[in-house]
Design a protein around this ligand. Structure first.
Ligand SMILES: Cc1cc2nc3c(=O)[nH]c(=O)nc-3n(C[C@H](O)[C@H](O)[C@H](O)COP(=O)(O)O)c2cc1C
Ligand code: SF4
Ligand code: SF4
Length: 295
């Protein structure tokens, strides 16, 4: 995939928003003080379109995405468009938060929305842990970095790779190989020197979705429930994202399991970060399904 990123330096207003929102921190200021693409990270661009969705001057273009075809103007507040569509059009994965705590009443509303998620077989078997204490998330970060640093070192060994593949299965291993490992490799230097938090994203609050390992598989139920939570957060003026990078670190670290009070024989299936979005996106992003058949 050719993800060449071009920046029109003549129209760029130097607002730095593209640098801020890029999930993979691919953009940076060059030595000549211009917005530039980091050559060591360019390969991690997955065309999420966030940089283009926020640029007020259309100065940044990712190859394969066009302002005309892949983005749309967001409905204004006076639009009579159906509230649900307005909600999904304006939702983005938020990775930059205001330094402002999330009020408990809003977290409670999110919890309530999660409880409305459909269970495959009632009753709901999902358990959640609401981390409203930001300090716990900050405290967890060094252990997460240590764990992922260890993983990246370990996967250099083909025997360990073989056992990881056996443990997680072929399909999960493919995701690890194609996404997780390259992203972690490019992120670890800054994570370790403390200049970037690309794991917890400095989120003020977080919900952990946990499941009893001895009970039936409820991972699909959890995905739906986390989506309800994510949309509820957005509807309340909050933002965040489902974060699959957080659970494996908690799962494998005894201290983190203790810190987040994960009960014995339970696994953290996914997580949802929550906070007030720092930036506002100017356009929505259109994406195509891989295929749509009508029968
Ligand atoms: C199941 C799932 C897991 C995700 N895990 C992460 C994650 O670990 N870290 C992260 O920064 N974003 C994560 N995201 C956010 C996606 O990267 C994001 O949704 C995608 O880039 C599209 O951007 P958008 O949500 O703004 O449309 C996850 C999203 C989903 C649905
Ligand atoms: S968002 Fe657009 S205007 Fe702002 S720095 Fe990036 S390219 Fe320039
Ligand atoms: S498309 Fe997404 S990943 Fe690629 S440079 Fe833009 S914000 Fe970063």
């Amino acid at each position: 995939m050719d993800n060449t990123i071009t920046i029109n330096q003549k129209t760029c207003k130097d607002c730095l928003l593209c640098i801020e929102v890029c999930p993979n921190k691919i953009l940076a200021k060059s030595s000549s003080n211009e917005i530039a693409v980091r050559s060591d990270r360019a390969h991690t661009c997955f065309r999420c379109g966030q940089c283009m969705a926020i640029c007020s001057t259309r100065s940044i273009t990712v190859n394969g995405l066009s302002y005309e075809h892949d983005f749309f103007s967001l409905p204004d507040d006076t639009s009579t468009e159906n509230a649900f569509y307005k909600l999904i059009f304006t939702r983005r994965a938020i990775r930059n938060f205001k330094d402002k705590p999330v009020p408990k009443e809003l977290l409670e509303k999110i919890v309530q929305a999660i409880s409305f998620a459909p269970p495959s077989f009632p009753p709901l078997k999902i358990k959640i842990i609401v981390v409203e204490n930001t300090e716990l998330i900050r405290k967890a970060l060094p252990n997460m970095i240590k764990l992922y640093d260890g993983l990246i070192k370990a996967v250099k060994n083909p025997i360990i790779r073989f056992f990881i593949k056996k443990e997680v299965g072929k399909r999960k291993y493919k995701t690890m190989q194609e996404h997780l490992i390259p992203l972690l490799k490019s992120r670890l230097p800054e994570l370790k020197n403390g200049t970037e938090d690309t794991l917890t994203r400095n989120a003020p609050a977080m919900i952990l979705f946990i499941a009893d390992k001895n009970e039936e598989d409820i991972s699909q139920n959890i995905s739906i429930a986390a989506t309800y939570g994510m949309l509820a957060a957005h509807s309340l003026g909050l933002g965040g994202s489902i974060m699959d990078i957080i659970p494996p670190a908690i799962e494998r670290d005894k201290e983190l399991r203790r810190l987040f009070c994960i009960p014995e024989n339970h696994e953290v299936v996914t997580s949802l970060t929550i906070g007030y979005p720092k930036y506002k996106y100017l356009r929505g992003i259109k994406r195509n399904l891989k295929s749509v058949e009508w029968l």
